[in-house]
Design a protein around this ligand. Sequence first.
Ligand SMILES: N[C@@H](CCC(=O)N[C@@H](CS)C(=O)NCC(=O)O)C(=O)O
Length: 308
Amino acid sequence: MAEPRIILHHFDESPFSEKIRLIFGLKRLAWSSVRISRIMPRPDLMPLTGGYRRTPVMQIGADIYCDTQCIMRELERRFPAPSLVPKGYQGLAWASAMWTDRCFFQNTVNLVFGTLADKVPAAFIADREQLRGAKFDVAAMKAAIPQMRDQFRSHLEWIDIQLRDERPWIAGDAPSLCDIDAYMNIWYARSNLDNAADLLGEYDHARCWAARLHAIGHGERTEISSSEALAIATAATPQTEELPDLDDPNGRKVGDKVEVMPDDYGKVRVGGAIVALSAQHIAIRRHDPQAGEVVVHFPRAGFLVFAA
Ligand SMILES: N[C@@H](CCC(=O)N[C@@H](CS)C(=O)NCC(=O)O)C(=O)O
């Protein structure tokens, strides 16, 4: 049977989406792109995710993958070669996202929006305030630029230090999740800051490494509409097999009704019945009036699970 089509719901300016686009490049995959709006509402996407609103989301038929950790895991499972999990760093490669996606990313975001400050549209600010559940204070971010530059430099230097023995990639001879995760922040800074070249200037190894990552490209991309993607989900049946976790510390079982929510921002609870469960992954089945039956997948690290 032909491999079902991979659909990425994303927007071009999204750094987290850039991680996944690069993985498509590294694994030489063909994929369908649904360009979503940078701000809510996203009426054709919410029936698929059940309310999860962060970007990107990957769809394969009626299986919906939320969060880049979960998307990367699924891409590695379905397309294991070339592997992005480096030998000798199998645990650290996954854990690196807790550095790059949280602490490092928050510094980069503050630097970017502090710099764009007056140019950020009011509708975008209002949307991101809703996402954060807190003020999106561009004036405070502007005032903090000197601090954020210091922070960004520290993180960037860690990348450079790692490459100073002339290895091409963070974990050695082959590109891995470590590179993809860290690069997202450099890509985001470069896409938005006129002085990004100055920020990178003193770090030759990191600069050449970023050029290598940029050269990878995005695989074979084709555009489709959000309504086409929704119709694909509606016509499909979820393929996720049941997988119990006998060691689940809270005794959760396949079939239990739960709600899943990010622990940091975009805190929308998505409800459903457990289909598959492990220390790194939870998949829940839900029924949507438009999409029909879908299975929505989340990572465990950084996500909270509540009994419904
Ligand atoms: N931990 C999430 C974070 C994703 C994230 O923060 N994405 C940004 C865009 S790059 C976002 O969701 N912004 C708000 C939105 O698109 O609604 C992941 O790895 O996917």
